[in-house]
Design a protein around this ligand. Structure first.
Ligand code: NAI
Ligand code: 15L
Length: 278
């Protein structure tokens, strides 16, 4: 597969999108930006909702690959998650399928999507305690929220579009990608922005990924999950959250085995008041 050059970045106005807009061009990608929120200082950015199928068709025209970050990134009422994360991701895959199966498209037959899944797809999984093995990538799905459920849908949609249409996806179950970890839990699940860009680059360029699911984090000393699927793509993490441990533990204390917010991978997502319909 030739290395992709033109890459559509959905969710480009968000936290992770902003970080990746800064980092990915150094790998040689020409980014096309898409978000419902306008992006200041980016005149070519497409401002549109994932519900707008015509805008998506335009957005994918001529792209070699897509990094799909757009969507609701926290728990929300089901109707909102349904529209943005479930229907929105479906709309994007349909636009990509149409584009990449068109005979006259320069990108025909070589499209790839990197899907921003989340640790909350498996958020109810108990976190490993000292001496426990790392959580494997094939651990059963245990979403902790409607949000996590939408990430399970995205992973299954990716599998379907690979099996039926030959569209490759790497679904990255991202831990917490921020400039710095801000909680003791994040010491285990943090992905530095630099490692995020390294992982996305590996996901865009690895040969023959079919549909691959990988955890996304740095090589943290307190890591909870198995990064070998990500490393098999060529990902070589260079950061470790341990440099932040002393300060965070001094401020917040160690994880408390009796605190339900500390018991499972998803942290406080697991115990947040559920957003059930009223
Ligand atoms: P964010 O909330 O900062 O950004 C999401 C972006 O998507 C926003 O700019 C928003 O305007 C856009 N968006 C939302 N609904 C849309 C729609 N219907 N149409 C078009 N654009 C829409 O989230 P963040 O942190 O940047 O995360 C990006 C992606 O990565 C999300 O899918 C999130 O679920 C996933 N993720 C992020 C993690 C993190 O640590 N930042 C961890 C795990 C997953
Ligand atoms: C996510 O999926 C969220 O999008 C992000 O905002 C963080 O909360 C992250 O998970 C996390 O688990 O820390």
């Amino acid at each position: 597969m030739p290395a992709p050059r033109i890459v559509l970045l959905t969710g480009a106005a968000g936290g992770l999108g902003t970080l990746m807009r800064g980092l990915l061009p150094a790998y040689g990608y020409e980014l096309r930006l898409f978000d419902m929120t306008p992006i200041e200082g980016a005149p070519g950015a497409i401002t549109a909702d994932l519900a707008d199928k015509e805008a998506l068709r335009e957005a994918v025209r001529g792209v070699d690959a897509i990094i799909h970050l757009a969507g609701i990134s926290l728990e929300a009422p089901f109707e909102k998650i349904l529209r943005a994360n479930i229907e929105g991701t479906y709309n994007l895959y349909e636009a990509a399928r149409e584009e990449w199966s068109a005979g006259d498209s320069p990108a025909a037959g070589r499209g790839r999507i990197v899907f921003a899944s989340s640790n909350h797809a498996v958020g109810f999984t108990p976190r490993p305690r000292e001496g426990d093995p790392l959580i494997p990538i094939d651990t059963p799905r245990r979403p902790d929220t409607y949000y996590g459920l939408s990430k399970c849908f995205g992973e299954d949609l990716a599998q379907l579009y690979w099996d039926r249409h030959g569209i490759e996806t790497v679904s990255v179950r991202i831990g917490s990608c921020f400039l710095e970890p801000t909680s003791v839990r994040m010491l285990s699940v943090w992905m530095s922005p630099g490692d995020g860009a390294r992982l996305f680059h590996a996901a865009l360029t690895a040969e023959g990924v079919g549909h691959t699911v990988a955890y996304g984090s740095s090589a943290n000393t307190r890591l909870w999950w198995d990064l070998s699927t990500a490393c098999a793509l060529g990902y070589e993490p260079q950061d470790d959250s341990e440099q932040f441990a002393e300060k965070l533990i001094a401020a917040q204390g160690e994880l408390d085995p009796d605190n339900p917010d500390h018991a499972r991978l998803g942290g406080h997502f697991v115990t947040n008041p559920p957003m059930w319909p009223h």
